[in-house]
Design a protein around this ligand. Structure first.
Ligand code: GLN
Length: 541
């Protein structure tokens, strides 16, 4: 019988429910359990794919091409769980499905209502993940208890124990225990109120994870336990981590959360195998090198918009025992102040994906600087397209070369709309999305980094390298290091005479893990370390 863990949040948003859920998933896997993970988001957008990264952070893409919430990135980085379209639903998707059923007459003319029709739909999307191959399904409910829009989700998960048995369900509630300076103490009242709200709905949490900047003492925990009706040992402190998010699972484990969950479910499991995880933290704490990488993007200052990129750079650092300092730089600032001024002194450059014309010239200029000054460079998606634009304009002599995304009538459309995109009108879920195979050319930096010439990577784009320009650009020295298996789409370009200049049409950041850095991120960091060592040597001599 598959067990269910539900994770809710209270008091304030942004408490790190995604990280906490991912950490619990990781700990259960470390004890040998087979885990599936899922996030239910209360907003009405049908999927996160069309939402602004400003408001919502990055769109995380899965192998199957679904565009999901960035918390799914945490799930994949922390666990080995298999994520699919069934792992992220929004209120919009739930309603769309119910309304489509109603239009098809599936409700036989009955009045269609939030309870039971919407709640039944929610219960179905949760229980569909339970099967003979899954020991535990972890379902995270987005939003904060008390929000009007999350009520149907809470009502649905309240009902699930009635179907699968209360003993097969655990409710974990994440709350904030703030420290009040004026009073000089931690305050438990917001947690009491938040749990009170949950209990009104009919959910008695089994475990409280309390986010706090200071340690909870026993009397705080006793108070919370008594007022919230949970056993003392199930009031778990989660102290703010200023060092690394990868500490979260170990801190939860030191509070025995895995033990409490297993005992509650009546499951036996070997002790958690955490050596790999301890090793990650050891490497993070004891770096042998330090490099600084410039991240030049439209939203550069907005970390969540590039969440997986920041994480993947950290993973590259873990692999190379290097502290990677990432400096976000707005591409528009490069337009105003010049690459020379803003990029001198960095050991590497990363230009990530993006949409829209704003800041494009700044990206092209930054890449030109990296190309000419032999600064290690990784270009991703739009970053790759900008690298091709720079090369076409400044090396191959194709004046005013551009992408038709930004200059419809450019004389040299070196980046153009993919054929299958010409007829697309809808915005949601219509790009070239998800895992696609690629073939790498022998002897390239990419093939060396991957240690293979066959790869699979995740995509999310409408525009591509225009094959009509392939011969001219190759002639001028651009290396086509990877294509789709048919050879019709260029997936990777490189420069041979450069320490590390690799630009890819796909998103390697979505497949990087702390335990297995993506080879292209490890490659960038390794090249940056070399550059740094070289420049230090030059400075000394
Ligand atoms: N805007 C570009 C395209 O659609 C790049 C997309 C991206 O960087 N994800 O092709």
């Amino acid at each position: 019988m598959t067990k269910h863990v539900f994770v809710t949040g209270g008091v304030v948003s942004s408490l790190g429910k995604g990280l906490t859920s991912a950490s619990i998933g990781m700990l259960l896997e470390a004890r040998g359990l087979r885990v599936r993970m899922q996030k239910l988001d209360p907003y009405i957008n049908v999927d996160p794919g069309t939402m602004s990264p400003y408001q919502h952070g990055e769109v995380y893409v899965l192998d199957d091409g679904s565009e999901t919430d960035l918390d799914l990135g945490h799930y994949e980085r922390f666990t080995a769980t298999h994520l699919t379209r069934q792992c992220n639903y929004t209120t919009g998707q739930i309603y769309l499905s119910v309304i489509n059923k109603e239009r098809r007459g599936e409700f036989l003319g009955k009045t269609v209502q939030v309870i039971p029709h919407i709640t039944n739909e929610i219960k179905d999307v949760v229980t569909q993940l339970a099967n003979a191959d899954t020991d535990v399904v972890i379902t995270e409910i987005g939003g904060t208890v008390g929000d009007i829009e999350s009520l149907p989700f809470l009502e649905a998960i309240r009902q699930i124990p009635l179907e699968v048995g209360r003993e097969n369900c655990i409710f974990i509630h994440l709350t904030l225990v703030p420290y009040l300076k004026a009073a000089g103490e931690l305050k438990t009242k917001p947690t009491q109120h938040s749990v009170g709200l949950l209990r009104q709905i009919g959910i008695q949490p089994d475990i409280l994870v309390c986010r706090t900047e200071r340690g909870l003492d026993v009397s705080d925990r006793e108070k919370i336990a008594l007022f919230c009706n949970v056993p003392l040992e199930s009031v778990i402190e989660e102290r703010d981590k200023d060092f690394s998010i990868y500490e979260v699972p170990l801190s939860l484990q030191s509070n025995r959360i895995d033990e409490i969950i297993l005992r509650r479910f009546g499951l036996q499991a070997p002790p958690a195998a955490l050596d790999e995880w301890h090793d990650i933290l050891h490497r993070l704490r004891n770096p042998e090198h330090e490099v600084s990488i410039a991240l030049v993007g439209k939203y550069a200052e907005h970390r969540d918009a590039y969440k997986s990129i920041y994480e993947a750079l950290d993973h590259g650092g873990i692999a190379c025992r290097t502290q990677v300092r990432v400096q976000p730089i707005k591409s528009e600032d490069i337009e105003r102040e010049g690459a020379e001024r803003l990029l001198a002194g960095f050991d590497g450059l990363l230009v990530p994906g993006g949409f829209g014309e704003r800041g494009i010239e700044g990206k092209v200029e930054a890449i030109r600087f990296a190309r000419e000054r032999r600064l290690p460079f990784l270009g991703i998606c739009l970053g790759m397209q900008c690298a091709v634009i720079d090369f076409a304009r400044n090396v191959a002599g194709l004046e005013a070369a551009h992408s038709t995304e930004f200059a419809r009538n450019t004389p040299h459309p070196v980046i153009c709309l993919m054929d299958e995109q010409h007829s697309v009108v809808d915005k949601g879920g219509t790009m070239r999305l998800g895992a696609q195979p690629a073939v790498l050319a022998e002897g390239t930096k990419a093939a060396a980094a991957y240690g293979s010439t066959r790869i699979s990577e995740r995509h999310r784009h409408r525009y591509e390298f225009n094959s009509k320009y392939r011969a001219a650009l190759e002639e001028a020295g651009l290396v086509i290091a990877g294509t789709n298996p048919a050879g019709t789409l260029v997936e990777i370009v490189e420069l041979a005479d450069h320490p590390w200049f690799v630009a890819v049409q796909f998103h390697p950041e979505f497949k990087s893990k702390p335990t297995a850095a993506h080879p292209l991120f490890a490659g960038l960091v390794a090249a940056a370390v070399e550059r740094h060592a070289g420049s230090a040597w030059v400075a000394e001599s």
